[in-house]
Write a protein that binds this ligand. Structure first.
Ligand code: FE2
Length: 394
């Protein structure tokens, strides 16, 4: 966990750049036309959340790309993407042979498009191509991601998660060649997001920012992105939750989510994400809500190892400790829930503990956890904390 000590020698670091260009601003969606023109694109496929098909946003995307010879729109079903979803998208892309792939939607749609597109230039099925840090031959098309939620940061990350059809297994993909070249952040696209989606996706972004900032992979390059993301989200996420049509709040949350993504693309995450994964896979808890369940107890556990960063976070989060700060924000977003509402038995809790210990995020936890530690964290998640009460010590 790098600090910002200017007196000692700078610590070694590792940092991956993500999207080549990141564009932010109201109305930026229309920049897709300039990107297509500059690349002399003739054929484009827009991969969109099925929710938008037949609506105003599909019409706008078609309009913006209207100067091209050929534009096809493919709707992705509104569900967690699985290998079947990606194969269907790959078939559409293969038939269209696009010069440009545009993904418009939440993390599921962007992940689907990223994996389907990279399969065009690599042999094998969706399942066969899974794995972290594999080499993928780049595809010749230009790719732009236009997120319509502010949470996953798939628009700037080189990762994707796809379910294995008919199972609880999640396949993970990671390659710099899978990353979109353009991340187009248009806060106008967030103005109609319902409050519950704002809270869930926004808390996911906040968890990315905090876990990245305290990760063992954190460094001189990632810290400014992660900490700015925390500051921005703490200030503006509750506003966006209460006033979804506030363009200023939406803008800051959009940037905060993206900055957290730029940071965790290099740092990885921590125990909140390790615990959130089985809550999603086994109990189908929405990802942001699963992070909200885990983060206060995880931060209470991390506290002794946080040092200066713990004090910085407590200050930014407005709590006596970082754990109290995240519990306060969780309550403001009506996400103060206890695990007992979802997971009833000791056996089910134990299954979560065991799955969490296998997560690739565990080695990045600022405090090295034993299985007993994770068991204690999961036990501390059982009851809601409330905004005023201290988070139980782990
Ligand atoms: Fe996440």
């Amino acid at each position: 966990m790098a600090g910002d000590d200017l007196d000692g020698a700078p610590e070694p670091f590792f940092f991956r750049h993500s999207a080549q260009q990141i564009l932010f601003g109201p109305g930026r969606l229309s920049e897709l036309a300039a990107i297509a023109r500059a690349r002399r694109v003739e054929r484009a496929v827009a991969v969109m959340d099925g929710f938008f098909i037949g609506g105003e946003l599909e019409a706008r995307v078609r309009d913006v790309l209207g100067g091209l010879t050929d534009v096809e729109v493919h709707g992705v079903p509104i569900q967690e993407p699985d290998t079947g979803t990606v194969e269907a998208c790959r078939r559409v892309l293969e038939a269209a042979r696009p010069d440009m792939v545009v993904a418009v939607g939440g993390g599921s749609t962007m992940d689907t498009a990223k994996v389907a597109r990279i399969l065009l230039s690599n042999p094998g099925t969706v399942e066969e191509m899974a794995g972290f840090d594999r080499y993928y031959e780049p595809h010749r098309s230009v790719m732009a991601c236009v997120p319509t939620t502010a949470g996953t940061a798939s628009e700037v990350s080189e990762m994707a998660v796809i379910g294995l059809e008919g199972s609880d297994v999640k396949l993970r993909y990671r390659s710099q060649n899978m990353t979109a070249q353009f991340a187009v952040l248009d806060p106008e696209l967030l103005l109609t997001m319902p409050p519950a989606v704002t809270a869930n996706t926004g808390f996911d972004a906040l968890t990315h920012a905090i876990e990245s900032y305290v990760s063992r992979g954190a460094n001189i390059m990632s810290d400014p992105y992660a900490l700015d993301a925390v500051r921005r989200l703490v200030r503006w996420l509750p506003v966006a939750y209460r006033h979804g049509d506030d363009p200023v709040a939406r803008g800051h949350c959009h940037i905060g989510s993206m900055l957290a993504g730029v940071a965790f693309n290099s740092t990885q995450l921590g125990l909140a994400h390790a615990i959130a994964a089985p809550l999603g896979n086994i109990h189908h808890v929405v990802h942001g809500k699963a992070n909200a369940l885990a983060l206060p107890a995880v931060m209470a556990y991390n506290e002794p190892e946080l040092g200066d960063k713990g004090r910085v976070l407590a200050d930014v989060l407005g709590g006596a400790t970082a754990a109290e700060g995240v519990a306060r924000i969780r309550a403001e977003l009506d996400l103060d829930i206890g695990l007992d509402e979802i997971v009833a038995t000791e056996e089910e809790r134990e299954a979560i503990v065991e799955a969490a210990m296998k997560s690739g995020n565990v080695p990045y936890s600022p405090r090295e956890p034993s299985i007993e530690d994770v068991r204690a964290i999961v036990a501390a998640m059982r009851e809601p904390v409330g905004a005023a009460r201290p988070v139980p010590e782990v």
